[in-house]
Design a protein around this ligand. Structure first.
Ligand code: PLP
Length: 441
């Protein structure tokens, strides 16, 4: 075990922190200094139970020796090599490993460095595919209200969380949104997939009626995570799949959160029984030890673009770090851990216990909804009058100060622990959360 080394930066000014209340944080810094297994330790040495797998990404738990050693070994052999018109073996091996894990038919893998890049890459591939098959008029992209696809211009535009777009006037043109699938009146406190809401996919018919054959792709998260855990209604994704196929529209699943075991299967597509044409992933791909994302596509999408170009570069897209050797090494080691420890199976086995613990929150005053699937739960709080989001933020801070890391969005607390979580951890996560909600009404 590494020695705990309290480390405090002398100056917090220079780092402009992402998605943060910088002024608040810098007045009351909460600094994480070390991580192992299910826990973080603060710079002061306080143990924090990780209820969020970092940021939905350390699915195999923290500080996994196998991943660390793979990165160290690769760094010593070759730090970097380009993948533009060149290659290195480990990137090809990583892609093959990913393709082995993705649902059948999604066998071509394009590497990126984040979920945001994965979303923008998937959208660009969809546009390129439509053009390559002679449908250049298909330039319209459809997302969904309350969707999150990262922060690039493409992902931001198809995303459907208001504040993420409001601050930046310019968006991609030719973007529409399907309605979100949150129907609390019918589905409140639902376990797993809600009964009501499959019909919401039919809104795509309205967009087709409006725009004709100009829609290139629809992008959705199989389970919307960042908006506060919205599980798809029964039959919804099936209907979306059917309509996309019927109208020549590509279906993209953003599996940045749902990938790599989070909902009790390798991918959401597998658990939910619907296969998209393109799938994005990131986070759990390398257990977050090195940034990496990927886009997996069907042979139809890949071959139409690649084989349809007689010679020369087929896709004018890519990143300096696509297939970075250290990230590739981390991905291979991570996927090996997933297989060896059957992390998706482990998540599935823990799901009933986790679900019961989540739904026991129903009895805590102020909890107005609980939603869950796999090892993800969203606990929605009644907002404080005149101060939306303030209550959940106070709950987050209370939990942290009492040794538990949660994540909040709006007035929803999301829990998504590493998939190695054990029953006593589950008890502590929900127990602390219940105490917090009672303590900060
Ligand atoms: N897509 C989804 C579904 C996400 O949840 C996220 C991040 O939470 C992203 C994309 C963006 O990923 P990143 O922050 O790595 O760019």
């Amino acid at each position: 075990m590494n020695e705990i080394r309290p480390s405090r930066p002398n100056n917090l000014d220079a780092f402009w922190m992402p998605y943060s209340d910088n002024k608040y944080f810098k007045g009351t810094p909460r600094l994480l200094a070390r991580a192992e297994g299910m826990h973080y330790w603060t710079a002061d040495g306080q143990e924090i139970l990780d209820g969020t797998a970092g940021l939905w990404c350390c699915n195999a738990g923290h500080g996994r020796r196998e991943i660390t050693e793979a990165i160290q070994k690769q760094a010593a052999v070759m730090d970097f090599a380009p993948t533009f018109q060149l290659g290195h073996p480990i990137a090809f091996e990583a892609a093959s490993r990913v393709a082995e894990m993705t649902p059948e038919g999604l066998d071509h893998v394009f590497f990126v460095n984040s979920g945001s890049e994965a979303a923008d890459t998937a959208l660009k591939i969809a546009l390129a595919w439509q053009k390559a098959r002679g449908q250049a008029q298909r330039v319209r992209l459809v997302g969904r209200e309350r969707g999150y696809h990262g922060v690039g211009f493409g992902g931001m535009s198809v995303g459907g969380i208001g504040p993420n777009r409001k601050q930046f006037g310019a968006q991609l043109p030719y973007v529409d949104h399907l309605p979100h699938t949150h129907l609390p009146a019918q589905n409140r406190f639902c376990r797993g997939l809600p009964e009501h809401g499959a019909h919401l996919a039919d809104a795509l018919e309205n967009l087709v009626a409006l725009h004709g054959d100009t829609i290139a792709a629809v992008i959705v998260e199989p389970v919307a995570g960042s908006t506060g855990v919205l599980v798809p209604p029964k039959g919804y994704l099936e209907q979306l799949r059917k309509l996309c196929t019927k109208h020549g529209i590509l279906l993209i699943f953003d599996e940045v959160i749902t990938g790599f075991g989070r909902i009790g299967a390798n991918f959401g597509a597998e658990r939910l029984g619907v296969t998209p044409d393109i799938m994005t992933m990131a986070k759990g791909l390398t257990n977050a030890a090195v940034p990496m994302g990927a886009v997996a596509t069907s042979a139809e999408v890949h071959d139409t673009i690649v084989n349809g170009t007689p010679a020369g570069i087929e896709l004018f897209h890519g990143y300096t770090y696509s297939g970075h050797p250290l990230a590739s090494a981390a991905a291979i080691a991570t996927l090996e851990l997933h297989r060896a420890e059957d992390l998706p199976g482990r998540a599935r086995a823990m799901e009933p216990y986790f679900e019961d613990a989540a739904h026991a929150m129903r009895d805590v005053p102020g909890v107005i909804d609980v939603r869950n699937i796999g090892l993800v739960a969203g606990i929605e709080l009644e907002p404080r009058k005149g101060a939306p989001t303030a209550r959940a933020l106070d709950v987050f801070r209370w939990c942290f100060d009492h040794g538990v890391l949660t994540r909040v969005t709006g007035d929803i607390v999301a829990l998504s622990p590493p998939l190695i979580v054990e029953k006593p951890h589950v008890d502590r996560l929900f127990g602390t959360l219940a105490d917090a909600i009672r303590a900060v009404p």
